[in-house]
Design a binder for this molecule. Structure first.
Ligand code: FES
Length: 67
């Protein structure tokens, strides 16, 4: 049985992905990732699809909650 993947929506920041997951581009090519990594949610990272911390500099403001 595989480990459950968790995607956490960080307040004012990235998506944090933890677990056994494969991240691919539009052509199916696999990005090299670690067991836990962050994806950009603000759209301003210089290393998309990964987060580079730019969300802090631009004051990204988003803290959604699940109902
Ligand atoms: S969410 Fe971190 S750089 Fe976009």
């Amino acid at each position: 049985m595989s480990e459950k993947v968790v995607i956490k929506v960080n307040d004012n920041g990235s998506y944090r992905i933890t677990g056994d997951v494969e991240l691919v581009d539009a052509e199916g090519n696999v990005f090299e990732t670690k067991k836990s990594f962050s994806l950009c949610r603000c759209g301003q990272s210089a290393i998309k699809p990964f987060c580079d911390g730019t969300h802090r500099k631009i004051g990204f403001d988003s803290a959604p909650r699940a109902e």
